[in-house]
Design a protein around this ligand. Structure first.
Ligand code: G3I
Length: 347
């Protein structure tokens, strides 16, 4: 083989080697998450993400449940003229059907969203209570027989635990009544879906968690068809050891199914100056504690364990700090040590 030919082939091989994405130092080899867990594993998803074949494949391989990240909320569905659009959530529902994944509806009533069509409702034409019921019947009814559950009310409790948040819904229909009605309307639309109360910071704020549990008890006492509790679990890598275990055990004390509904573990939100290596190790510890705490629940109370995304690249937290890496898979979809830590803790 002449030098020039050998040189050409050698340089081509060298080029190919550097074009191949180098396995990140952190990549680990792991069986699909849903094969490792004795409970449904979920992820948040946006319809546009399903056009990315690599991501769609990672989702189908690793999870058995999908939560629309934002396209099943009022901000997407309710148009300014009061009409509804379902094209995007329908695409997510279709993907779920195609890949035999459960669909979890998120979210019907949220203080953070009060679309113009509701805020400016001309009560001379349609009474607010009718519009509220009609919305819930339309959305829940559309996915009846497919959605296994819904976050009916999201983030109702005040951060300081002193009561419930104020919202368009509480002002128009009553602080407690708007929540009670939401569960009844959802049940009217779907006799089978599990109806959840969902909130966040329940591991950081015991007082908020206590108020959350009191609200759940009050809804049950009022006959609301509440059938599960969601703890979002958006936490940071420096979360105090034991906080997740305590929160999940406390939330399970009512005997209702528990959904870890939105877990991610931010590196960037951790306080103090820690090396990335230390943050990554802490992140694994936090994911492991959540997995172990969830496994400690009776099987009947393990509704699902949902990550708020699979690949770091899609995380909402990267809008806050682009360097954050809160999820179990890196930007290329390779499993990280956090994924191994979570999986090992299930054993
Ligand atoms: O994709 C559109 C883009 O086409 C458009 O140009 C742009 C401007 O309107 O909007 C983009 O959609 C945004 C969407 O995220 C996708 O990035 C929406 O505006 C934005 O409101 C939406 O934010 C979502 C947020 O909830 C509000 O719905 C986040 O993705 C989502 O991660 C976040 O999730 C919440 C849970 O529902 C409740 N718990 C906390 C969690 C994190 O905040």
């Amino acid at each position: 083989m002449s030098l020039s030919r050998r040189a050409v082939i050698g340089s081509a091989l060298a080029l190919a080697a550097c074009e191949r994405p180098r396995p990140s130092a952190a990549a680990v080899s792991l069986a699909p998450l849903k094969a490792l867990a004795p409970f449904p594993v979920g992820t948040a998803v946006q319809s546009a993400q399903l056009q990315d074949a690599a991501l769609a494949g990672l989702i189908a391989e690793n999870v058995s449940q999908l939560t629309p990240e934002w396209e099943m909320k009022m901000e997407y569905i309710v148009q300014d003229d009061g009409g509804f659009r379902f094209d995007a959530p329908d695409r997510i529902a279709a993907f779920a059907r195609e890949h035999r994944l459960r669909l979890f509806g998120h979210t019907l009533v949220w203080y953070a969203q009060s679309p113009k069509a509701f805020a400016e409702l001309d009560e001379r034409r349609v009474a607010f209570p009718d519009a509220y019921r009609n919305y819930i019947l339309a959305v829940v009814g559309r996915y009846r027989g497919q959605a296994v559950g819904w976050d009916v009310v999201n983030e109702a409790v005040a951060e300081d635990g002193e009561g419930w948040r104020d919202s368009l819904w509480s002002r128009k229909l009553g602080p407690f009544e708007h929540m009670r009605l939401a569960y009844h309307h959802a049940r009217e639309a779907d006799p089978d879906a599990a109806l959840f109360l969902n909130d966040y910071n329940l591991e950081y704020l015991p007082k908020k968690r206590a108020t959350f549990l009191k609200l759940a008890e009050r809804l049950l006492a009022a006959g609301a068809p509440l059938s599960g509790l969601g703890t979002q679990t958006h936490v940071a890598a420096d979360l105090e050891p034991g906080a997740l275990k305590a929160a999940i055990a406390d939330l399970a004390s009512l005997g209702l199914p528990i959904h870890v509904s939105e877990m991610d573990v931010s590196l960037a939100r951790a306080k103090g100056f820690r090396s990335r290596a230390d943050l990554v190790a802490d992140q694994g510890r936090v994911y492991a504690e959540a997995a172990r705490a969830f496994m400690d629940l009776p099987a009947a109370q393990r509704f699902a364990f949902t990550f708020w995304g699979l690949r770091d690249a899609e995380s909402w937290l990267k809008r806050e700090k682009a360097w954050d890496a809160p999820l179990l898979f890196d930007d290329m979809g390779r499993a990280k040590p956090a994924a191994a830590a979570w999986a090992d803790a299930l054993r």
